[in-house]
Design a protein around this ligand. Sequence first.
Ligand SMILES: [Zn+2]
Length: 401
Amino acid sequence: MTVWDDLVGQNRVREQLAAAAKDADALVTAVSDGKPLDQGSKMTHAWLFTGPPGSGRSTAARAFAAALQCTSPDRALGGAPGCGFCDGCHTSLIGTHADVQVIRTDLLSIGVKETRDLVRRAQLSPAVGRWQVIVMEDADRLTEGAGNVLLKAVEEPAPRTVWMLCAPSLEDVLPTIRSRCRHLTLSTPPVEAVADVLIRRDGVDPERAHSAARATQGHIGRARRLATDERARARRAAVLKVPLRVADVGGCLKAAQELIDTATDDAKQMAEEVDVKETEDLKAALGGVAGGRMPRGTAGAMKELEDKQKRRKTRTQRDSLDLALTELTGFYRDVLALQLGSRIAIANVDVQDSLDRIAESSSPAQTLRRIESVIACREAMDRNVAPLLAVEAMTMALRAG
Ligand SMILES: [Zn+2]
């Protein structure tokens, strides 16, 4: 076992990161302590991981962070850092290392204030480890102002600080920032490799693992959820019935409403799990008593938390809808493959009957228009069109084809 084990099907990236970790290790151990990194080093202060959702951007960053904190004695004997066993590796991987901060926002954007706090922290020397590592999972969510704050930190990094930014593509990151990062591209891992991880690491039975990996087309996180979560399987089954339900206007409107309700339920469940405790914690911190009036001057803090919770609810609902749209696109892509007699492997083999029915009752041109209407729905939501309106427009367009 090593820190790289969860990085599925990314051999080239893995080699690059392992080489960087080795150079980084030499830097920390050598007498060159404190000197800036030179041009020839495979190690650098700012990294940008891009790749499609599910390809393992943050997994790669975390593995790299662990390798940088590795303290295995084998390193002295020429072994590579990243043993996976030592305290440095282990605590980095499970998220308790004092010098590895993983920033994962459940909000739609990362603002200036949060980024300033991060940058301040990044100026510090490592507390216990060898490097101060900051992994930002959603660098594409930085507002422009926040990006400019981050830019200064990336331009003039503290000697032992490493930034690891993750984003879907280069275009999602401010040009000024991405030009100062070393860029690594992850690709969608092969279905077989994903199934293998589910079997080996999560103990999923082989048949279910293969079916989940195929249905999610190499998206590890979604495959794992589908393989291990009954609710996720029920959701997917409901979404994949939508194409059969849009035969008349009533069916279209009903299907749209149900897609929205499901997303709203997800957001509500999340709120129940997280918000209540968060609110109680803040009340206690501000000196309130359960059920009683809050002390003077605390209204602002309570309002700030309420706003944050509201934004999080919006994002959860949006993420849930996004997933449904991804599944619908996958369905019609399979339909198109059948219609064109293409040799691409079908993703949704478990609903082969529905695929056949739609494929036989429509033309490839119609299928293409249907795929376009799903894409249009996502774009409309990006432009802040009310979700129900956007989804209704989509289901009506699916009917017309
Ligand atoms: Zn180690």
